[in-house]
Design a protein around this ligand. Structure first.
Ligand code: GTP
Ligand code: SPV
Ligand code: MN
Length: 595
């Protein structure tokens, strides 16, 4: 039995996992510095992690995963609810009994010759009424060290659970042989259980993140009256010192970390605007005592996309990675043991090791069209490193949300920004999100697919029921509900180049969104929603972007949208009787407005 908790539910379950996996050794992770230092040294000694330059990147480690194991595997991810219809048409499903029967032999004895680490962790600030406890057992030190950054990990997490509760998520992970043919990422929502095997990559193995905080938590939220969403949370401080909070749901690798940490353009900073980061990937939202919607970030760090991150595009993210950070699948500069990735700067290291481990001449390698870092290479950085981390980051009650923003990568259809007519229409706007696929998941990149609320790979139950839950939350929130918007930073010109400068300049769009929430600016009614008057998007100080460019970015091509409506109709058919009537009504209303 553990010295960390007397909770019999935890101890019984851990005993079962030990009996199943048969590790040589069992280590309970208490979260102490001494224990983590020991694990770091062990991982460095075995070569699992590489120590980086202690002056330039103090406390930083490097790790590379197998080339077959660099992203989430959506085709091998399952929602094993007892009834198939509860998983819905957008999830892979298998009967839980069958799945347990299939995986149990794969876990049997899988940790022979290995150590099992038992990780207690809290998603959400310790003591927050919105926080939840998980326990992950794993045979990977890499997982332990990442969980130490991404969650509130260690003995304290058990304080939240207490000595009797059974309300914790049971996560079992083994990298096993990292065999892609036997890789499974499985959620059992009704059992509060996650089983992950044969992967060692981030989203597949840091079970507190997508598996718990989205797939299991979305299911819990539906049953308990709250929401778990793939959303960043940020605060916009205005010159008068008031801070307005917004959340934004964009699909993987579509700009959440960037927006969450943006530095406003000079014209705004001079006037006293500032952006505060509360979260960059996941939000748990619940109505507060005053009837407004409050959000916490259940995570404690950032598992961010490295390529594209630089001093200009995302100064705060880069600054967050300068100490106590783990880098995965980026390139190494062997001259000084620092890291490099595409667009970090224009100087790929000459004496480089690319992400698969081959020593190469960086400039030549890049000139030949190769990538030194994997497009989905990542940094795991502590939230406390972030220069603009919100003073409310650890607030157990979260922050009140004024606006919810949806968005994705669309080359043509979606305008720069529009506002929904109301919550129900906003739910419709979220449900019709579509985006080009990215390197964050295995499979083709750049293909447009429907990704409702950026939750397609993360909703732990039937998407029709999920939309019904959104509509229900809107009724509970009533006139205190956040306003709902849609943005698109990724419209392209005839050469395929992005028209909108993006990044920090997205502040100009947030500015309009906040004004709309406060009722201080008009809008134009279009068939798809309310749009800004082009002159209401501030273009001061922008190079080559005028009010005419904005007008172009806001144009709504009725023919494209009629096509879009047909696509939505097709998509909606999948959901059969579970499609809320409100959603088909909204589609009909859109079609009528376009006619
Ligand atoms: P996940 O961690 O996978 O959930 O991704 P994310 O949504 O946090 O995406 P992130 O902010 O890491 O951005 C992913 C990619 O989009 C990076 O290569 C960025 O450089 C790029 N990007 C982010 N914001 C913008 C923008 O406003 N405009 C353009 N053109 N690219 C952007
Ligand atoms: C995403 O893919 O949305 C991520 C990275 O945030 S992962 O942790 O792999 O899910
Ligand atoms: Mn994400």
């Amino acid at each position: 039995m553990s010295t960390l908790t007397k909770n019999p539910n935890v101890n019984k379950w851990v005993d079962e996992m030990i009996a199943l996996c048969k590790p040589d050794k069992v280590v309970w992770i208490d979260g102490s510095k001494a224990q983590l230092d020991g694990l770091r040294n062990e991982a460095i000694a075995t070569g699992e992690m590489i120590k980086l330059n202690e002056e330039k990147l103090p406390g930083c480690l490097y790790h590379r995963t197998l080339p077959n194991d660099v992203a989430r595997v959506e085709d091998r991810t399952f929602i094993c609810s007892r009834k198939k219809e509860d998983a819905g048409p957008t999830n892979n499903w298998c009967d839980p009994k069958e799945m347990y029967a299939k995986l149990t032999p794969m876990y049997d004895g899988v940790m022979k010759g290995r150590t099992m680490y038992i990780i207690p962790y809290s998603m959400g600030p310790i003591g927050s009424p919105l926080a939840k406890v998980g326990v992950e057992v794993t045979d990977s030190i890499y997982v332990v060290l990442n969980m130490a950054i991404m969650t509130r990990m260690g003995a304290d997490a058990f304080k939240n659970l207490g000595d009797v509760s059974d309300d914790f998520v049971r996560g079992l992970h083994s990298k096993a042989d990292v065999d892609p043919e036997k890789r499974y990422i499985v959620q059992f929502p009704e059992d509060n259980t996650i089983w992950s095997i044969n992967s060692a990559y981030g989203g597949n193995v840091l079970l507190g993140k997508k598996c718990f905080a989205l797939r299991i938590a979305s299911y819990q939220g539906k049953n308990e009256g709250w929401m778990a969403e793939h959303m960043l949370i940020l605060g916009i401080e205005k010159p008068n010192g008031e801070i307005k909070y917004v959340t934004a749901a964009f699909p993987s690798a579509c700009g959440k970390t960037n927006l969450a940490m943006l530095i406003p353009p000079e014209g705004y900073t001079k006037r006293g605007y500032k952006v505060w980061t509360v979260g960059d990937d996941i939000a748990w939202l619940k109505p507060g005592e005053d009837g407004r919607l409050y959000a916490i970030n259940p995570e404690n760090g950032f598992f961010g996309v490295a390529p594209g991150t630089n001093e200009k595009s995302n100064y705060n993210a880069l600054a967050s990675t300068r100490k106590n950070t783990i880098f995965t699948n980026v390139a190494i500069n062997n001259d000084d043991m620092t890291v490099w990735w595409e667009k970090l700067d224009k100087n790929p290291p000459v004496n480089a090791t690319e992400w698969k481990g081959e020593k190469v001449n960086g400039p030549e390698y890049v000139a030949a069209g190769n990538k030194l870092a994997h497009p989905n290479s990542r940094f795991t950085a502590p939230a406390e490193n972030c220069p603009c981390i919100s003073p409310e980051f650890n607030n157990p009650n979260g922050v009140p949300i004024s606006a919810i923003i949806f968005g994705g990568r669309r080359a043509k259809t979606a305008p720069l920004v529009y506002q929904s007519f109301n919550w129900q229409h906003g739910t419709f706007v979220g449900s019709i999100m579509a985006s080009e696929t990215t390197a964050a998941a295995t499979g083709a990149v750049g293909v447009v697919r429907r990704d409702p609320m950026a939750m397609l790979p993360f909703c732990g139950y039937h998407m029709g029921d999920y939309w019904a839950h959104w509509l229900e939350m809107g009724k509970i929130l009533g006139d205190k509900a956040p306003k709902i918007f849609n943005v698109n930073w990724f419209r392209t010109d005839d050469n395929g180049d992005f028209i909108w400068p993006g990044y920090g300049d997205n502040m100009r769009v947030l500015d309009w969104i906040i004004d709309r929430c406060e009722g201080t600016v008009d809008a134009v009614e279009t068939p798809i929603g309310y749009e800004p008057k082009p002159e209401d998007i501030n273009v001061e100080g922008l190079d080559g972007i005028t009010t005419e460019t904005v007008a172009d970015l806001l144009s709504v091509d009725k023919n494209l949208w009629k096509e879009e409506a047909k696509g939505i109709e097709e998509f909606y058919k999948k959901f059969g009787e579970k499609l809320p009537k409100e959603m088909s009504d909204e589609l009909k209303a859109l079609e009528a407005r376009l006619a």
